[in-house]
Design a protein around this ligand. Structure first.
Ligand code: BYC
Length: 334
């Protein structure tokens, strides 16, 4: 994409470019990003753009792999072989999404080890939603329907993100997320046609997950410190509040079909606005969870750290194998 003054690859290092060019390059970058052009890994980019992307993509990757944990809780208790197979496939997909995203973030010059270290030491964030427990089988359906539904709403615009490697990873992720959302809805549809107790279990799960799902979209636009720059650079295309509203509007008819209600007395269609109104979000709960004090934060982080430590021998064996292969190739060439 970037030619002329910006054609100098980032690897030249800052000293290779006269400082006077820096502002002009940045202005040209902003202008092109604003026009919707795509930035590739070797293009010049402002350090703040690179930093913002590494922050968002690595947080997103962490969310995918931590997101495997609440669902993993139900693999051994799925009610049928069919449901167990579907759940296993979904959880594997989330692991794959984590890999695409870590790989996209690595193109920005941050190593996977650095990102994982930030996760394991509690410095990096991941989505607040995965710090809530999965108490019943209906939670698995609600995660698919509402959590993946919110994820799709947030992630489809990211397929048009200005950073090419992230945008391309998102295309594949969104296709899989849409299957995840439908499997959740399908699971709940089965419960809705089941016994009174099954319907009550579904309603209870919706009651517990509804507000945390609305929090997934992040703080209100006026409190979103990263939005202004991210929107200017075309990393984010639609604001937190707009996406939240689109999600509520899209979800209401689906809830009607399932025969569930939502735990919000202020939720009603507003003819004048052409949208659903909804009640105030408890932001103190959101920040409490984001800052590490949600119901499952400690458990989730510990599970990731344990997996990393217990998997050390696999990484060592893979590296030893790669070294052996390389030595063999070198010996053959000699
Ligand atoms: N949880 O300025 P803001 C999935 C943080 S994966 C925790 O608006 P931004 C799935 C935010 O990071 C779901 N933290 O930020 C996986 C910022 O703190 P820092 C994850 C949150 O980046 C498996 C501060 O609050 N999806 O769905 O402009 C199975 C202020 O916020 C949250 C993605 O990561 C939160 N909910 O906007 C099933 C998508 N919200 O970083 C499903 C990509 C905000 O300044 N990410 N914060 O310390 C995004 O689109 C944006 O990063 C966000 C936040 C909309 C999440």
């Amino acid at each position: 994409m970037y030619t002329q003054a910006m054609d100098i690859p980032n690897t030249d290092g800052p000293t290779a470019v006269p400082a006077i060019n820096e502002q002009a390059r940045e202005a040209e970058f902003n202008e092109r990003a604003g026009r919707g052009e795509i930035v590739e890994a070797k293009d010049w980019m402002p350090e703040a753009y690179r930093k913002t992307l590494v922050r968002q993509i690595s947080q997103h990757a962490h969310s995918e792999i931590v997101g495997m944990l609440p669902e993993g809780n139900w693999v051994t208790r799925a009610p049928s072989l069919k449901r167990k197979t579907i759940l296993l496939a979904k959880i594997q997909d989330e692991g794959g999404h984590g890999l695409y995203l870590y790989a996209a973030a690595e193109t920005l010059g941050t190593s996977r080890d650095q990102m994982l270290d930030a996760l394991h030491t509690g410095k990096a964030k991941y989505s607040s939603i995965f710090n809530y427990p999965t108490l019943t089988w209906a939670d698995i359906g609600v995660i698919g329907w509402l959590v993946d539904g919110a994820a799709i709403m947030n992630q489809v615009p990211l397929c048009r993100c200005s950073y090419g490697p992230y945008a391309r990873a998102m295309v594949r992720i969104c296709k899989e997320e849409s299957f995840h959302q439908r499997q959740g809805f399908d699971l709940l549809l089965a419960l809705s046609k089941g016994s009174e107790a099954q319907r009550a279990m579904m309603q209870d799960a919706v009651n517990r997950w509804w507000w945390p799902v609305l929090m997934m979209f992040g703080p209100h636009d006026k409190d979103s410190q990263n939005s202004e720059l991210s929107m200017k650079w075309g990393i984010k295309r639609i604001s937190n509040d707009e996406l939240r509203q689109q999600f509520v509007d899209a979800t209401m008819p689906q809830g009607e079909l399932l025969g569930v209600t939502f735990p919000d007395p202020d939720l009603r269609y507003n003819e004048a606005r052409g949208h659903y109104d909804f009640g105030a979000i408890d932001w103190s709960e959101f920040w409490n969870v984001v800052n590490g004090h949600g119901p499952c934060n400690k458990e989730r982080l510990q599970a990731r750290v344990d997996a990393w430590e217990e998997g050390a021998w696999v990484r060592e064996a893979a590296l030893a194998h790669a070294r052996k292969q390389a030595a063999r190739v070198a010996a053959a060439a000699a």
